[in-house]
Design a protein around this ligand. Sequence first.
Ligand code: ATP
Ligand code: MG
Length: 655
Amino acid sequence: MAETPREQGHETLSNLLQETRRFPPPADLAAAANVKPGDLEAAADDRLAFWEEQARRLHWDRPWDSVLNWNPPFAEWFGGGRLNAAVNCVDRHVDAGRGDRVAFHWEGEPGDTRTITYAQLKDMVCQASNALLELGVAKGDRVAVYMPMIPETVVAMLACARIGAVHMVVFGGFSVEALGTRLDDSEAKVVITADGGYRRGKASGLKAAVDDAVRDRPAVEHVLVVRRTGQDVEWTEGRDVWWHDIVDRQSTDHSAEAHDAEHPLYIMYTSGTTAKPKGILHTTGGYLTQVSYTHWAVFDLKADTDVFWTAADIGWVTGHSYIVYGPLSNGATSVMYEGTPDTPHQGRFWEIVEKYKVTIAYMAPTAIRTFMKWGADIPARFDLSSLRVLGSVGEPINPEAYMWYRTNIGGDRTPVVDTWWQTETGAIMVSPLPGVSSGKPGAAMRPLPGVVVDVIDDEARSVPNGGGGYIVIREPWPAMLRGIWGDPERYKKTYWSRFEGLYFPGDGAKRDEDGDIWLLGRVDDVMLISGHNISTTEVESALVSHPKVAEAAVVGATDPVTGQAIVSFVILRGEAGEGGDGLVQELRTHVGESLGPIAKPRQILVVPELPKTRSGKIMRRLLRDVAENRTMGDVSTLTDSSVMDVIAAKLPDAK
Ligand code: ATP
Ligand code: MG
């Protein structure tokens, strides 16, 4: 074995956390699993043949001439092939006699429900396609979608895909300003919105925000408005059109044209956790191939019997890939929920699982930690025995959050798949496979078949087992981003310049003694304490493993002695009380015992909330600003910017 990077004088990420719990797949699940251990070798032997085989899951109007054309860093997958994404997601299943299958069990926050079959979805998509054409939308035009979580949101996306327009979904909770900058950047011609939607028991005013955003943006020719809440809205004649006026009178016939495999499907802006959001471009054939395959493989989907639920917003890439394109391309039945998990009560998610007999649930660690904070007695009131696979996405899952999820939601029987990917990767890249992997709490485990991932040091050398460094992707993959909208230079610079010929996602990772991968947070968040690189994730996980802590955020703040010192912010579990000096000491000792004295936080502040993006990620850069007494950076993608004032007010006595 080669020398370790440290012996050569390079600093890699320290590997502090030890985790020995293992959860082999349940025998019955393993026996019937979609992916079995032997399948992995075939993919490794011939990666391109493997992806070609996966592409055959889809209906192609014209087969591809070449699997991959790689002109680094620009990829063309399935060149020469032609297909229609909407036909693959809808018509194909109806044509195969499955029109009566439920595509969505939709649940509105106030308790209203809709059941939408594939046949109904097809009619809705065709009508909406005809309506968009009537509004002058042409192939290649960009259409913004600023919607609540209602079925029309999916219909709008698929209608765009069907006619070859490029959808650009903006999270319905974003401000006028965030919507405006995305409209400018994408040069959208039409905005599809609703009068409002329900969140936390209140009707939000989406149309009013669109009015403000498009007032000085004449490039937007039409605003198409779904009536959801019935609230009063302002109306600009000629520009604004009601969905029910224009869509409902359209024919349910629309003959779909096949688009090139590389035709743009959508633009999605990243969540802005580390930097100004980037307009990530995804195209059709490769994207659909990989989301379809990963949805089937990672969740062990049985389309005939499973009820799948991604409890996330469509305005986040997770919603695009695993509410819309993955489940629909596989002909699955999904649940879609409009509102928040605490409306009208903190058991709402579990009530939904019980009601629809959800078998596979997929959500973010931030949600899981919130449920931990609320207490295990809440899910215990519901029948969750239908669940057979649980998924996590968005951040590293702390081992204790994994255990809580597996035990209290999964009845100590379901595998938990911790799926690592990004807006840019389009689809899951590193994840356990429920019928193959022996799950380890906190580990994303191995790259999926057909994906080539490595962990390397500063000098681009693979780290040995037990080492830490940067996760990179060595070979192009079908769902990879095709660029940053309108900015090829930023595309090269952000992802392809750090290491020659390798895709650099910007996340830290370690490879354990078995060769399994653990994600350790953003490279930007790594702390340098007395000459050691320490990941925020490991210190946070150590804090969360204390029985009184529900959630923790850790940052490195400049320190005269140690270079950087660890400052942590913790939210206590419901039953833990107020905290106080005794608890702070107890937590410092606990971290010291779990990870070693070097990881002991200099300060621990008990806070009521943490700054989070719309997809639930903790914005550590803002906490760093606070910890270092700086003016705060961009807060436009924060769910609630007032939390920062509350946190800042806590700091002076601690500094
Ligand atoms: P920006 O790039 O603008 O800062 P963002 O990176 O937060 O925004 P996303 O694409 O939504 O936007 O997030 C992808 C990131 O989320 C990954 O790079 C990684 O840091 C984190 N992530 C997602 N899933 C996991 C996971 N299972 N384990 C660890 N980290 C994860
Ligand atoms: Mg990112």
